[in-house]
Design a protein around this ligand. Structure first.
Ligand code: TYM
Length: 348
């Protein structure tokens, strides 16, 4: 999972490029932090980062327009509240950069439908949205590939559930390069180990991924949940049979999931947790974890409140981000146009 460092990618002064994004399709939960934002924050020190709010992805499932607008600004404020710095990283809205949809179309033309039909997320989402199995849902991973390849990203920090999409992205880059000559950088996934939160599980069913769209509100821990809600969700979290605090994700997925969260919010490792809570059972453990999460999220929630209050500043950040992103995306797309024989290149 090591990300390339500056100087390792050819030109010595060029910082390696990172691209990642989150859909503004629901409230952010702790898995988004552990799988994505936490790593983004670390990587922005050493990388040139582009972080998108991927609203074109979100509309593959119907979104109420007013909510989509509100959530998009909230998502930006949460990126920032979690430590993503707009002075260092380019923060932008996917739909403000039309090159995403355009490259998505071009890549569709080299993507076998069978590969899209086999995608786990497509199968899951089709099951959950039986009444709206639209073409966008199927083509979703191609748009994601376009997001990444437009920026010539070296590396893509995501949670474990995005692995298959990144494999497709790499396949498409390799296929395009071999059909039309070297054009795209083939990106590497950056997925933290399981113990560091690459896949946080549901609090109600520790064999299923925690998801913002889970209809059971007790299953997911939202970044903006008030303290009492956090405490209650932790109290109700499903654990395993037995009562010892021991990390074993295969045999004891419930407590292991909680231990992962504990480790992330306090920095206390598994062995030390096991020692501290030896013989105490789940009750005190869950109570302390609840308090630790409350304390961890409190400053994030405070910062969020401040940031979301200044809408004008948020819009300025997005305007500046879109201009930078468009500039980079246009360069790649011009090259693509030339390579595949679209007439005129840059002039249009
Ligand atoms: P999305 O919006 O579902 O989730 C955003 C990020 O959060 C991670 N994540 C998790 N990590 C750990 N445990 C969980 N339970 C958990 N749930 C979600 C996801 O892995 C992701 O990193 N297809 C993407 C959005 C996207 C994208 C991109 C990402 C569109 N274009 C280009 C990277 C690069 C998605 O649906 O993420």
């Amino acid at each position: 999972m090591t990300a390339p460092q500056a100087g390792e990618t050819g030109t010595p002064e060029r910082k390696p490029v990172i691209l990642s994004g989150i859909q503004p399709s629901g409230d952010l939960m702790i898995g988004h932090y552990t799988g994505a934002l936490r790593n983004w924050k670390k990587l922005q020190e050493s990388h040139e980062c582009f972080f998108a709010l991927v609203n074109l992805h979100a509309i593959t499932v119907y979104q109420k327009p007013a909510e989509l607008r509100r959530r998009s600004l909230e998502l930006l404020a949460l990126y920032m509240a979690c430590g993503i710095d707009p002075e260092r990283s380019t923060l932008f809205v996917q739909s403000h950069v039309p090159q995403h949809a355009e490259l998505g179309w071009i890549l569709n033309c080299i993507t076998p439908i069978g590969q899209l039909q086999r995608m786990t997320q497509f199968k899951d989402k089709s099951r959950r949205n039986e009444k709206n199995i639209n073409a966008g849902l199927l083509n979703y991973p191609v748009l994601m590939a376009a997001d990444i390849l437009l920026y010539q990203a070296d590396c893509v920090p995501v949670g474990d559930d995005q692995k298959q999409h990144l494999e497709l992205t790499r396949d498409l880059a390799i296929r395009f390069n071999s059909m039309y000559s070297e054009t795209f950088k083939v990106p590497e996934p950056y997925i933290a180990p399981r113990e560091e939160g690459a896949r946080i599980m549901s609090l109600q069913d520790p064999t299923a991924k925690m998801s913002k769209s889970d209809p059971d509100r007790n299953a997911s821990l939202m970044l903006l949940d008030p303290p009492d809600v956090i405490r209650a969700k932790l109290r109700r979290a499903v654990t395993d049979s037995g009562s010892s605090i021991a990390y074993d994700p295969d045999e004891r997925p419930g407590i292991s999931n909680l231990m992962t969260l504990y480790r992330i919010v306090t920095g206390i490792g598994f062995e030390e947790q096991e020692e501290r809570y030896s013989g105490q059972g789940y009750g005190p453990y869950k109570k302390d974890l609840g308090e630790a999460i409350v304390a961890f999220l409190e400053p994030v929630q405070e910062r969020f409140k401040e940031i979301i209050g200044d809408r004008k500043a948020l819009e300025e950040i997005l305007d500046a981000g879109a201009a930078k992103a468009r500039d980079r995306a246009r360069r790649t797309l011009d090259k693509v146009h030339r390579k595949i024989g679209l007439l005129g290149g840059r002039r249009y």
